[in-house]
Design a protein around this ligand. Structure first.
Ligand SMILES: *Cc1c(COP(=O)(O)O)cnc(C)c1O
Length: 400
């Protein structure tokens, strides 16, 4: 032991270590940028890629390793990377797998910022993109060319919630030797087992259901294939996409209740969607578990194969009749009191967003009724109260 006369030094290098063997329902929060090594030899030999030991905060601590393992358990993957947001997960995949001259294909109903990444950064780097019809596997097959390196899939798609024939689309890509990445935020690893569809990568905005609080941003990138994981992990490290351990802890704390929350919000969404479908102001309700929804049979085959109720996220959109102006629809949204105006979903508070679908999709999709689209995400409030809220707001719609 080195003699330390200076009390600040003694304080910093204090020798007390708490007894080992503490065990409690929630794991400890291990925060680090610096990680200590017992010797230079250990420093030289410890390999951050193998995760057999700890090397630097960006490569993980016991807390983040634990979340990665639990997410693998839920989604059925073998390798998991944590990133600062769902969008960072999408970017991690794109930057790891695409280079100048390549092309990436996205569904026409892709999560908007994924397309924005393609239109912004990827184009500048000489990486092109095309949109395919999420309801037509043959359209996807036709668009795959010699430069196609990556195909994004989304089930259900964003905002209009069409449900693709995921297995058929993955088959098309496999036959062409193209890597597939599924944005699995909607299914959350609960509505269906992502890797059973044959996808290579599952990306998840943990911001939504795993967080469940509307207060944490995080994403995950999951694979089963070691070579693919190594490429994603290399880009993850070189881009410095680390996460904060307090945020990881918040997600670990919410994860045990995720399937209860998912089911509760699913039931609430279906009940409210049923009621909405009976309102004269509503031209169409878009929820993949409704028989008239685009891609309903694909949802049923994947998420309710035993003929039961199946599972779906607590999310749906309505198309308000074309006789209402955008200003009237905006006022309807403003009139809602329990539904708050805000992005994201999976949290305790119900949310509403009016979307300009025609400009998002470059025209009004022909398989949808004409009108103005509003998306609802269900929180954990009583459905009867949410229904009364919508009923009082609908009364404002007819006003000039
Ligand atoms: C929210 C969301 C994302 C992005 O997650 P952030 O954490 O907000 O960046 C990606 N994909 C889908 C389908 C989402 O809903």
């Amino acid at each position: 032991m080195i003699a330390m006369s200076e009390s600040t030094t003694r304080l910093i290098h204090h020798s007390y270590a708490p007894p080992a063997g503490f065990d409690a329902p929630q794991p400890g929060v291990f925060k680090a940028s610096t990680v200590f090594f017992p010797s230079v030899a250990a420093m030289r030999t410890r390999d951050w890629k193998q995760k057999q030991g700890y090397t630097y905060g960006l490569h993980g601590t016991p807390t983040s390793f634990m979340l990665e393992e639990r997410l693998c358990e839920i989604e059925g993957g073998r390798y998991c990377l944590l990133v600062p947001s769902g969008l960072a997960a999408i970017a991690n995949v794109a930057l790891a797998l695409l280079r100048t001259g390549d092309e990436v294909l996205l569904p026409a109903n892709a999560y908007g910022p994924n397309l924005a990444l393609a239109e912004g950064e990827l184009v500048q780097w000489g990486i092109t993109h095309q949109l395919y019809d999420p309801l037509d596997a043959e359209d996807l097959a036709r668009r795959i060319g010699p430069r196609t390196r990556l195909v994004w899939l989304e089930a259900a798609g964003s905002v209009s919630l069409e449900f693709p024939d995921l297995r058929a689309m993955v088959d098309v890509c496999r036959r062409a030797g193209v890597t597939t990445a599924l944005d699995n935020t909607w299914g959350a690893g609960l509505a269906f087992a992502p890797f059973d569809t044959g996808v290579d990568i599952s990306v998840h905005a943990l911001t939504k259901y795993p967080s469940g609080g509307g207060d944490v941003l995080m994403g995950s990138v999951m694979t089963r294939d070691p070579a693919l994981h190594a490429r994603l992990q290399g880009a993850h490290m070189r881009l410095g996409l680390g996460v904060g351990m307090n945020d990881v802890e918040a997600i670990l704390r919410s994860l045990p209740s995720m399937s209860l929350r998912y089911r509760a919000q699913d039931m609430a969404a279906r009940a409210l969607a049923d009621w909405m479908a009976r309102q004269p102001e509503v031209a169409q309700v878009l929820h993949p578990a409704r028989e008239d929804a685009p891609g309903y049979r694909h949802w049923r085959a994947l998420c309710a194969p035993d003929g039961g109720d199946g599972l779906a996220a607590g999310l749906f959109s309505i198309i308000l009749d074309a006789r209402y102006t955008q200003a009237q629809v905006d006022r309807f949204c403003d009139a809602l009191r329990l539904f708050r105006l805000g992005y994201s979903w999976g949290g305790p508070i119900s949310l509403v967003v009016p979307y300009d679908l025609a400009s998002m999709r470059g025209g009004w999709p022909s398989h949808l009724q004409r009108g103005t689209l509003v998306r609802f995400s269900l929180g954990l409030e009583a459905v009867a109260d949410l229904q009364s809220d919508v009923a009082q707001a609908l009364q404002t719609l007819g006003e000039p």
